[in-house]
Write a protein that binds this ligand. Sequence first.
Ligand SMILES: [Zn+2]
Length: 340
Amino acid sequence: MALGRESRYSRQILFPGIGERGQERLTQARVAVVGCGATGSAIASLLARSGIGTLRIIDRDYVEPSNLQRQSLFEESDAAESLPKAIAAAGRIAAFNSEIVVEPHATDLVPGNIDSLLDGFQLLIDGTDNFETRYLLNDYAISKGVPWIYSAAVGSYGATLNVIPGQTACLACIFPDSPRGIIETCETAGILNSAVNLVASIAASEALKLLVGQTDKLRTTLFSFDVWTNEHAEVAASKPRPGCRACGEHNFVHLEGEGRPHITLCGRNSVQIHERQRPVDFHELTARLEPLGTVRHNDFVLKFWREPYEMTLFPDGRAIIKGTTDTAVARSLYARYVGS
Ligand SMILES: [Zn+2]
């Protein structure tokens, strides 16, 4: 039974910053969440409950037991089935708000598909865990004049920044080069779910301000907070940095895709292979792999175990191979078991 919009959103409409008019704008809003792990889950959940009319959720990964400590849209059954996070998230959201449209895409956001995945969305939310995708998102957002919200959490620390093209600083203004190699990750530093929820709450609030048109209330700093030490900081970001590669010179190197590696490390002792679209018949491949190891599949993923490796394959042929960080080993395993 559908709940009346009136009753579902009544407490939010009572809040003067939203009101009837604001709620109407939220109902019409189209927001894309890129990455649906910890921060992406938390922000998507808040926005979905707030009544954002259309939410597109893009994520390349599948649910694992170690996600459940902080990735609030997932349950044990999702991990048991290795469901793609986008699919699991859409199912969970439908259970608490069936009145909005959720469009899941279990895919890796790359230069070749970013136009088709993000075209027509008025706000982009960063729920990723890597700077490669964030720079891509930043270049895309600046080139199209679409606002986006950066958010990150690691250890007990969270940070978030609003990027409004033509007004504020962008990600490349503040971090001209990827801090890769020096920043800690969830794999090395662990992560507290409270740091995730803090940064997600702030990012979701900023999203609401933007969508209802209260842009004068938007924060214009890179905000960071450590929930364990209570240290916090705000770095001014109200103006673009003169000479910025992205928003100053419009040099969108991350959109010009072809130099981008098709095989990437993706944390957790694993390698992702996404060389080209190669539709895979899960039934046929299951029959072929059964004599070689343990294999099972559902509509969304096929998993194959052969010690010491675990391969997760998606219908478009993309694979995540766990048990190695050597891209040559991963490529040879892929060739052997899927095809070259
Ligand atoms: Zn910039």
